[in-house]
Ligand binder design. Structure first.
Ligand SMILES: Nc1ncnc2c1ncn2[C@@H]1O[C@H](COP(=O)(O)OP(=O)(O)O)[C@@H](O)[C@H]1O
Ligand SMILES: N[C@@H](CC(=O)OP(=O)(O)O)C(=O)O
Length: 428
């Protein structure tokens, strides 16, 4: 039997399983690149299925008609399964594709006007259940439901992992199965002690791969993407991007935190703690080198450019010209935490305090309700937050020149600003 440290974890995101051709490419990668040791494969929902499920859920929760989009989602998954020749393949521990689609229909039919976030998780999770079911059949691999294994609390849509319980369950369950052959399991999902499904936050499948690697002591994790590796900017926005062949956990965690969406920000810490390398590789060109994220020392890296869209800048000032004090800040931070608005950037002056957060109409309204009595509040929406890591004069000129900066901040390595409008060097 293989030693646990030889376990490899592969994570395939939505783009790499978006249709039957993509899943055939995945089969090829697994066959030709994974080697002889144990392999655990984490799969996200196919293409934009999570967005489609969010829309479906929203319609059902609002009491609106959803028959047509549900039928489209059903036809899409059955179509891909048929094209791959796996529609009728049964797997010992898994429900069939049709059964899963029926369970989804039943869930939607029983949605109530109650708890939005809790019911969201019970519905949106079907994207990963369906995708893994199809991929496991295509690979003739074992299908494992991760929800009883990855234990979270009841923080719907952003479940917080109970690490000791999760580690115990994973270690007791997966190694014997892995000795029989590859396992396919879901990214993005967890489960509560009372048996409810939770999700780990949008784009959280990378994080799942890290949870599994941490708990099982994996040799490494490979996330297969549609880009050549971790680049110094998103190539959909910026021209002339460069790939980092290797980069430290610290640099990567900051890039992900500031909004480099290629890696979910929670992914890095569990891997860094157990010194497990993270490889970012291209599923379009699997033999290419990619990026290795690990314990390493490197010189100054090329400036990294990161854009976070859909931002909101909120400024609070006291109503009677009193200074922004620790007591005031405590109230503001408490309210932000209560409505679950995360601060991306903050700045204070004598009588005013500003925060830049991701925009959510619902959460902003709740925040205003909590604080408008105590503070005068102004806000702007439709903004963008830019970060340049390892900046120099030329890099600042490149993206900040001729723009109206509503808020600006710099530290030794990082320059950030909030502004209106959109910046695109490459056509979408
Ligand atoms: N610094 C970066 N390096 C590489 N890709 C990036 C970077 N920042 C953003 N991206 C974007 O991340 C995308 C891949 O991530 P994502 O779409 O989340 O993958 P998946 O959902 O398939 O796992 C790329 O297509 C690219 O547009
Ligand atoms: N399917 C989920 C989780 C995820 O991580 O997806 P992806 O790996 O495609 O980013 C989402 O879209 O949020």
């Amino acid at each position: 039997m293989q030693e646990p440290h030889q376990l490899k974890i592969y994570k395939f995101g939505g783009a790499s399983v978006k249709d039957a051709a993509a899943i055939r490419n995945l089969q090829l990668i697994v066959r030709e690149h994974s080697g002889p040791g144990p392999l655990l494969i984490v799969v996200s929902a196919m293409g934009k299925t999570t967005n489609a499920l969010e829309d479906l859920f929203h319609l059902a929760h609002g009491g609106q008609e959803y028959t047509a989009p549900l039928a489209a989602l059903r036809a899409f998954h059955l179509g891909v399964a048929a094209e791959l020749g796996v529609a009728d393949i049964t797997l010992p521990t898994a429900p069939s594709i049709v059964e899963l689609l029926e369970q989804l229909g039943d869930r939607l039919a029983t949605i109530t006007t109650g708890d939005y976030d809790k019911q969201y998780d019970q519905v949106v999770s079907f994207g990963e259940l369906l995708a893994t079911r199809i991929v496991a059949a295509a690979l003739e691999a074992q299908w494992v439901d991760c929800r009883p294994l990855i234990r979270t609390d009841h923080t719907w849509r952003e479940g917080r992992v109970d690490w000791p319980t999760t580690e115990r369950s994973l270690r007791a369950t997966l190694p014997p199965l892995l000795s029989n052959g590859p396992i396919v399991t879901q990214g993005f999902l967890g489960g509560t002690a009372s048996g409810y499904t939770t999700t780990l936050g949008r784009e959280g499948s990378d994080y799942t791969a890290a949870i599994l690697a941490y708990c099982l002591g994996a040799q490494d994790v490979t996330i297969w993407k549609d880009v050549a590796g971790l680049l110094n900017a998103d190539p959909k926005i910026f021209a002339d991007t460069v790939r980092y062949p290797e980069i430290s956990y610290q640099e990567t965690i900051e890039m992900a935190y500031y909004g480099a969406s290629v890696i979910h920000p929670k992914t890095i810490k569990p891997l860094a703690v157990r010194h497990i390398p993270l490889l970012v590789k291209s599923f379009v060109d699997p033999t290419a080198e990619g990026t290795k994220i690990h314990d390493c020392r490197h010189g100054l890296l090329a400036p990294a450019y990161i854009r976070k869209a859909a931002q909101c800048l909120i400024s609070f000032s006291s109503k009677d010209l009193t200074f922004i004090s620790e007591e005031n800040l405590e109230v503001i931070f408490g309210a932000l935490a209560q409505v679950r608005l995360k601060i991306n950037l903050m700045q204070n002056s004598a009588i005013s305090f500003s925060v830049c957060t991701d925009f959510s109409a619902y959460r902003l309204e709740k925040l205003l309700d909590l604080l408008r009595e105590q503070f005068t509040i102004h806000y702007n929406t439709g903004l963008e937050l830019y970060t340049i890591k390892n900046y120099d004069t030329a890099s600042i000129r490149r993206i900040a020149q001729d723009r109206e900066l509503l808020l600006e901040q710099r530290t030794r390595q990082t320059f950030q600003f909030v502004c209106r409008g959109s910046f695109n060097e490459v056509s979408a």
